[in-house]
Design a protein around this ligand. Structure first.
Ligand code: NAG
Ligand code: NAG
Ligand code: NAG
Ligand code: NAG
Ligand code: NAG
Ligand code: NAG
Ligand code: NAG
Length: 417
């Protein structure tokens, strides 16, 4: 910036000089000199104004926090293989085979090298030590579905990279998975409840039930495990993505006594989120717990949405979408609106839940999914092998990758940068 101005300044002065040359009147040279002084003075004032402006913006950052003064969610992806990835896949002790794309044969590794660049500011660089200091004697709990678990694994990799093997543990107990940083007495946990409220999909291992049933008014069974955490990060979306849901009024213990009713989307989603919101309003200690809601993670099942071939999906994609403002069909604006209004209502009642709006930024990343490069739980048939797109995972995300950036956004809010 300063260099450019200097060049302009030299350029303008040079333009003046020839016109004064020779034995013309000294009046003309005086005018030229004055003009030159004027130009220099103007540039000087502009520069110091800029310094003043910079000073005020830095000041503003320290007062109100970067994340509240800048929209971190509007921006673009920049290829940056100098600062990314933030950790190596092989070096992450607790990596999941569902997400380890390099290990499962992916050759194009560019998905690891993208930095999210907000339009108005920079995303603060992730500092694992600083986060662990902040989490000392505290619990950070992710609650939700496999996308939230994807983000939890990313966080465990991110902070795990600065902890030696003897000072970190992981243990699973039913729906809860606990990573512990021993020296910090800090835990980073994941709690499985894909619909947040109670459902017949709550078993952390075998939850693929064909006939999905949800108790939209019941959350206590889950919530009592995490209500007193210091940081809570929620998500729920994908398991609701159908036309309607079967709702049970009654209990799963004696299902024959219950009343069942099919309720359409997005109404049933709203009912569940209201149950969740009411629980928080009554049970969360506002002085202690900071709340976050991850907006929906988009899927990339239909290549024709981004100008690819109809019938294809994320399989064999190697580059993000570059069209600014791109929105595919892998996320539901209607459901996003429901989340937005439930959070808005909670705010009027004095409970702040920060939405981390990852939907648009992740929508660009059609190449970030594991596709066929992951461990598959069911055996892949020979017929499928001939047609790889048929068993491609275009829902979850390779690590290192997109969820690391979700955590960088979360980090900015937790550290109040
Ligand atoms: C999420 O962020 C995108 C990009 O800035 C924006 O277009 C969209 O309106 C945001 N959604 C919500 C619910 O805030
Ligand atoms: C980064 O990418 C550029 C362009 O693709 C390449 O020339 C360079 O070798 C890469 N650097 C590293 C450290 O991988
Ligand atoms: C990371 O945070 C720690 C603790 O706050 C600090 O000592 C260290 O200098 C930071 N590292 C970088 C690279 O900023
Ligand atoms: C360790 O952290 C837990 C919260 O996760 C807290 O209840 C406990 O008091 C802490 N222990 C010490 C020794 O500070
Ligand atoms: C697992 O969780 C249950 C219920 O929360 C608890 O009673 C039990 O002690 C836990 N087991 C282990 C090994 O942590
Ligand atoms: C929260 O903090 C405020 C101000 O310090 C205090 O008045 C209030 O009683 C606290 N609430 C709870 C539930 O601890
Ligand atoms: C691939 O998927 C299409 C559409 O879902 C289906 O018609 C076809 O039978 C599948 N083929 C294989 C080999 O699984």
């Amino acid at each position: 910036m300063a260099k450019k101005q200097k060049q302009q300044q030299q350029h303008q002065v040079m333009q003046q000089v020839p016109s004064v040359g020779g034995i013309r009147s000294s009046f003309q040279s005086l005018v030229a000199l004055l003009i030159a002084i004027l130009v220099v003075a103007t540039i000087y004032i502009r520069q110091s104004n800029e310094q003043l402006f910079q000073y005020w913006t830095t000041y503003d950052k320290t007062i109100s926090g970067l994340s509240s003064s800048c929209n971190l969610f509007a921006g673009k992806w920049v290829f940056d293989n100098r600062s990314y990835p933030l950790y190596k896949e092989k070096e992450c002790t607790f990596m999941s085979d569902q997400l380890a794309c390099e290990k499962f044969g992916r050759k194009d590794l560019n998905y690891q090298f993208w930095r999210w660049q907000p339009h108005q500011c920079d995303l603060p660089r992730f500092n694992a030590t600083a986060l662990l200091e902040k989490l000392r004697n505290k619990r950070l709990v992710y609650v939700g579905d496999s996308l939230n678990r994807n983000q939890w694994v990313s966080m465990v990799c991110l902070v795990g990279s600065v902890i030696s093997p003897t000072f970190k543990t992981i243990h699973n107990n039913g729906s809860i998975n606990i990573f512990k940083a021993i020296e910090y007495n800090a835990t980073i946990e994941f709690y499985w409840s894909p619909l947040l409220v109670e459902s017949n999909s709550d078993d952390p291992i075998s939850h693929r039930v064909p006939d999905r049933i949800v108790r939209v008014q019941a959350i206590e069974k889950h919530a009592r495990h995490w209500t007193d955490a210091d940081y809570l990060v929620f998500n729920t979306y994908l398991w609701w993505r159908r036309r309607q849901m079967k709702v049970l009024w009654g209990s799963f213990e004696s299902p024959e006594d219950g009343v069942y009713k099919a309720v359409k989307l997005p109404r049933v989603y709203e009912m569940a989120l209201q149950t969740w919101a009411q629980w928080l309003e009554v049970h969360v200690d506002r002085n202690k717990t900071q709340l976050f809601f991850m907006s929906m993670s988009p899927t990339h099942q239909k290549a024709n949405k981004w100008g690819g071939i109809k019938g294809e999906n994320c399989y064999s994609e190697t580059e993000p979408v570059t069209e600014e403002g791109y929105a595919g069909d892998g996320a539901s604006p209607r459901m996003m609106h429901v989340v937005d209004s439930v959070l808005g209502e909670l705010k009027t009642r004095g409970l702040n839940v920060q939405m981390i709006n990852i939907t648009q930024l992740s929508d660009y990343r059609k190449e970030g999914h594991p596709s066929i490069y992951r461990k598959h739980w069911e055996t892949i048939t020979e017929e499928q092998l001939l047609n790889p797109k048929n068993y491609s995972d275009c829902i979850h995300w390779c690590l290192p990758g997109v969820p690391d950036v979700w955590n960088e956004l979360l980090y900015a809010y937790i550290l109040e940068l």
